[in-house]
Design a protein around this ligand. Structure first.
Ligand SMILES: Nc1ncnc2c1ncn2[C@@H]1O[C@H](COP(=O)(O)OP(=O)(O)OP(=O)(O)O)[C@@H](O)[C@H]1O
Ligand SMILES: [Mg+2]
Length: 279
């Protein structure tokens, strides 16, 4: 019997506002969204449409102004700041759009930081951080400061830090935005592997090619979800695209099958016959 997948994330009518009166911006405007355990969701949409705000809310970095957010069926509005921080340390890994590395700390200390919230011994933390840095080909940069790294290296350090505590929910804001295609491939393969292991991944991207790694693509516009498509692979040759308007109502689109066209030889014969008839 296959276990039923449960939603890890349940947002209902979520609104997040910035500014006041004339300057008020609804960065999230009535967003209702459910994400199941083990989904790989690509989030797309134009600049300013609310992608980072959505990740910040889901990652417990920002509270909602209206609506509700249930993470693993628990209402996060009822949680204290300390409880939120504990959940983040235990199960959420965040790759920030602007890296958010701490400038006065070395690369290895930056990566080991999420482990301090777990009360792990210093030496063990550094060993773990070093192992993750090695997998991102950054061993030689362990004792550098972030300012001594290239943009791509900083991004890889930020990703290593997000993954060091083996989170089950990974939120990545343009994780390959500063990387060349080879480094992007390494990161995407790493995320794909984490997805295969059953972790839930939400990745913001502007690159349509990267959506091929995802099992679902959400497009946002002006703070709301404009479209939500799940790729359901039942038969590898015929993936079905399911459009989710509301989580409860799903519309299944069958993939278009190519029209059967008549063989070329038959077409030629017909046109010859037609010409013959005119003569
Ligand atoms: N701290 C803030 N104070 C005021 N306005 C904000 C703040 N953060 C975001 N906004 C506004 O909220 C809206 C959504 O911003 P957000 O950063 O979520 O967009 P985004 O989709 O991530 O854009 P990008 O693709 O450029 O990163 C924007 O209009 C932005 O100006
Ligand atoms: Mg953003």
């Amino acid at each position: 019997m296959s276990a039923k997948k449960l939603p890890v994330i349940k947002l209902k009518d979520v609104t997040k506002k910035y500014g006041r009166d004339d300057t008020e911006v609804r960065a999230l405007d009535n967003v209702t969204l459910e994400i199941d355990q083990g989904e790989f969701v690509a989030i797309m949409g134009p600049s300013g449409c609310g992608k980072t705000t959505l990740l910040n809310v889901i990652g417990l970095l920002d509270a909602v102004d209206e609506g509700s957010y249930l993470l693993d069926d628990k209402d996060v509005a009822d949680m204290s700041g300390a409880a939120r921080a504990r959940i983040r340390a235990e199960k959420i890994g965040i790759v920030f759009q602007n890296f958010n590395l701490i400038g006065r700390m070395t690369v290895i200390d930056n990566v080991a930081l999420p482990l301090t919230y777990r009360g792990m011994h210093h030496t063990k933390r550094l060993l773990k951080a070093s192992r993750v840095l090695k997998s991102f080909h950054l061993s030689e940069r362990e004792y550098y400061l972030p300012s001594q790294l290239s943009g791509g290296q900083m991004q890889r350090v930020a990703i290593a830090r997000a993954l060091v505590n083996s989170p089950s929910l990974i939120l990545a804001d343009e994780p390959t935005g500063n990387l060349d295609s080879r480094s992007s491939h390494v990161i995407m393969e790493e995320l794909a592997e984490l997805h295969r292991e059953g972790n839930t991944i939400l990745m913001v991207t502007h690159n349509p090619n990267l959506t091929s790694y995802a099992s679902r693509v959400i497009r946002m516009l002006d703070g709301h979800v404009a479209s939500d498509r799940k790729i359901r692979v039942i038969d590898n040759d015929k993936p079905e695209i399911v459009t989710l308007r509301h989580p409860e109502k799903t519309k299944v689109k069958k993939p278009k099958t190519a029209k059967k066209s008549k063989p070329a030889s038959e077409k030629k014969l017909k046109s010859k016959q037609a010409k013959g008839a005119k003569k």
